[in-house]
Design a protein around this ligand. Structure first.
Ligand code: GAP
Length: 409
């Protein structure tokens, strides 16, 4: 294949993903009816479910299943002194094409008139953890090493927002600040590197497209002594997906915070390892990892090969014909309602013929489509169609819950 063709295919792939996102209710351009606003996007019902599943999987692995992690949900606007101490007022600069420097933080105003305070929308969730370090220590008395975790919005006045939800001006981050003794930083840097890789596999990223880049001197953020970028082969190039940084004691020191090491009875400033991951880039990289086209009998079937724990919908329920009340009644009360109560992420789909419904659910990434037909009325079995193979099985209605549970595990 020529280089030109390859480039064309990659552009096509991005176009396909963007149009699938709109068509199937994942991601819409922000303020679309007014012509949009560069760098802002809105998540529709399925995109939201998808992003929530990613965030839940992250929280479960890095917070709920651990004993050493403390969650926080800090405000987005802080006292501006936070950003002076963190170095962002002087150091968080973007360079324009004509070489001018400007600060990437969005400015806003708190209060009115002459007393109004110039404040900023946070450009990273990280500082929300540093400014709550003392509160967390006083409330929970953790011993080193321990971490703080936050999922939330961040805002950057990016000079060139581009590539759909890859580079936005409003986005979401999942960040951990892990506090360690200075002498232990290398050990925990390696530990978090492998934890990050293991979560990437858990959610179903195409690991052949993930690469590590040791970020050189001069290219790292102002607070970092070592950074590894986890890059992903996006259709528009190999770009940063996530970052892992050794922030030293830079932030706690600048906020004049310290910690009493109970074991050694001494005051120390812990050092920080920071795994930082974007929700929106996870969404995009997962869509690109999962997008598959199967060509059969001259027809192309696009589908999202998402893991069931991440897919927006676990199963869709359809009456074969929507104008047959006995099928609709059965499907609704005996199949949809109990599955919905069990799994939550269950769709009711009676729009168009069965072929169209399968096509739609394939593009949403729904692992199982369940159809109630005339046989169901006499033998209490339904058809369950597998998204990846297209194969269908007849399953007893009373066994459906367990069947799905077994299949998703
Ligand atoms: N606290 C460290 C920090 O913010 P970063 O590398 O600037 O580090 C961390 O950002 C992650 O946030 C990135 O790896 C990426 O996943 C996501 N991210 C950063 N800027 C973004 C943007 N403009 N649009 C979407 N995601 C972004």
């Amino acid at each position: 294949m020529s280089e030109k063709n390859t480039k064309q295919d990659k552009n096509n792939l991005m176009e396909k993903i963007v149009s699938l996102c709109k068509r199937r209710g994942f991601v819409f351009q922000g303020s679309e009816i007014y012509g949009g606003l560069a760098g802002f996007y809105d998540y529709g019902h399925y995109g939201l479910a998808f992003a929530n599943n990613i965030k839940n999987s992250w929280w479960k692995k890095f917070v709920d299943s651990r004993r050493d992690m403390y969650g926080i949900n800090s405000s987005i606007i802080f006292n501006p002194k936070v950003w002076e101490a963190s170095g962002h007022v002087t150091g968080f600069l973007g360079t324009t094409t004509d070489g001018k420097k400007f600060n990437e933080m969005f400015k806003t105003q708190v209060g009115v008139g002459e007393d109004a305070l110039v404040a900023y929308l946070r450009p990273e969730t990280a500082q929300g953890m540093f400014v709550n370090f003392k509160n967390t220590v006083d409330a929970f008395h953790p011993k080193l090493p321990f971490g703080m975790a936050q999922i939330g919005k961040a805002f950057r006045n990016e000079i060139a927002p581009r590539d759909f939800i890859f580079r936005e001006r409003e986005f979401e981050q999942m960040e951990i600040e892990y506090f360690v003794r200075a002498e232990d930083w290398e050990k925990y840097f390696e530990y978090w590197r492998s934890e990050m890789l293991s979560w990437m596999e858990d959610i179903g990223l195409d690991m052949t497209k993930v690469h590590e880049l040791e970020v050189g001197d001069g290219d790292r953020a102002h607070y970092s002594k070592r950074t590894i970028d986890f890059e992903f082969d996006f259709p528009f190039g190999r770009k940063e997906l996530y970052g892992l940084a050794y922030r030293t004691d830079f932030d706690l020191k600048n906020h004049k915070l310290d910690h009493i090491d109970e074991e050694k009875s001494e005051k120390i400033i812990p050092h920080v390892i920071e795994p930082s991951m974007g929700v929106d880039r996870s969404v995009l990289a997962l869509l690109l990892s999962a997008y598959t086209e199967e060509v059969k009998d001259g027809e192309t079937r696009p589908y999202l090969k998402l893991k069931p724990n991440i897919a927006p919908v676990i199963c869709a329920v359809s009456p074969l014909l929507k104008n047959k009340p006995e099928l609709v009644e059965y499907a609704n009360t005996k199949v949809y309602a109990p599955l919905k109560a069990e799994f939550g992420r269950v769709a009711w789909d009676d729009n168009g013929n069965i072929g169209k419904r399968y096509r739609r659910q394939d593009e949403i990434g729904t692992p199982f489509c369940i159809v109630v037909d005339f046989d169901t009325l006499s033998d209490d079995t339904v058809t369950v169609r597998d998204r990846d193979t297209g194969e269908q099985e007849r399953i007893k209605v009373k066994d459906l819950k367990n069947y799905i549970k077994e299949r998703i595990n």
